[in-house]
Design a protein around this ligand. Structure first.
Ligand code: PXG
Length: 285
């Protein structure tokens, strides 16, 4: 069945949802986006995602041509109009159509797209067995170059890292920053646990401030678990009792091998399983 896509002010059938080849989102990756989920008809952490979208846009001096409340309403409408209850939502705001040339002033009007589609879940087996990851040569881009807090349409840094992972036979990778500290994964944030203490890289390490990351930190603290945002290196991962990743697509997923080193017992750990269960309960409540 054909989806209805929000494009520049109205919902159109997907066959008609086309953007110009002169759009600077296409020509230069000039724009921002969000990946959001809906569970049982409710969009998860909608306000947080909309806020991050507008922060990303502000950082690149892109003025989204509608207020945040209207964006939130359109995101809800995109889910409802397509009759979806569990959905994956992609919001894209690009610089818009303009002449060739980098100058963003060539683009009078940003292009706004909202796609709400059914979601492709990771196979259950990955959650039961846990993921294997490797650290890759491509470093996370430094804050001073293109701050990873900006969820921009330039994902080549992450895609190059992902390709290195695919070449090594894994589906997710650990990206380090230019100081050798752990930053994040290509599309997930990373946590490790030792002696019951949960640690995750701080924003200064050069990461996207994941909405799932924030949710899981809150959940852990509400259970009396200690969570510390601190620099980690690969050694810290290797000697962890547990490692897990968080992200909109993956939710919470255990990691059982890092660079060939088995983590803990070689199965997803107890705290990881507790947090995964708490997250599932939250999204379904
Ligand atoms: N780091 C990076 C680089 C990401 O792109 C996360 C962390 C996790 O953030 P959230 O807010 O989702 O907890 C992401 C999120 C996709 C897709 O289609 C990618 C993400 C989210 C949803 C879908 O590949 N990345």
């Amino acid at each position: 069945m054909s989806l209805k896509i929000y494009l520049d002010g109205k919902f159109v059938p997907e066959e008609d949802a086309s953007v110009s080849v002169f759009d600077h989102g296409y020509l230069y990756g000039d724009g921002v986006f969000e990946g959001i989920r809906a569970y049982s008809g409710k969009v998860f952490k909608l306000d947080e995602h909309v806020r991050r979208l507008y922060d990303s846009a502000r950082a690149i001096m892109l003025e989204i041509p509608m207020p945040p409340q209207e964006m939130a309403a359109k995101i809800n409408e995109a889910v409802n109009i397509n009759g979806l209850t569990d959905a994956y939502i992609r919001v894209v705001v690009s610089r818009g159509k303009g002449d060739l040339g980098l100058d963003p002033r060539k683009c009078p009007r940003p292009t706004v797209v909202i796609i709400a589609a059914s979601i492709q879940l990771y196979p259950q087996e990955l959650y039961d067995k846990g993921l294997e990851v490797v650290s890759v040569p491509t470093n996370r881009i430094p804050n001073e170059c293109l701050n990873p807090r900006i969820k921009s349409l330039n994902y080549l840094n992450n895609i190059l890292a992902k390709i290195e992972g695919i070449n090594a036979g894994v589906i997710e990778v650990v990206m380090l920053n230019r100081n050798g500290y752990v930053a994040e994964c290509s599309g997930d944030n990373i946590f490790c646990i030792r002696d019951g203490v949960i640690r995750t890289p701080p924003v200064e390490a050069g990461i996207l401030l994941g909405i799932t990351r924030g949710t899981v930190i809150d959940l852990a603290r509400s259970k009396g678990l200690q969570v510390i945002e601190t620099n980690l290196n690969r050694f810290d991962l290797y000697v962890s009792d547990e490692v897990f990743l968080t992200g909109t697509a993956a939710e919470v997923i255990g990691v059982v091998k890092v660079d060939g080193r088995a983590i803990g017992s070689g199965k997803p750990g107890e705290i990881t399983r507790t947090l995964k269960a708490a997250f599932e309960e939250l999204v379904r409540s």
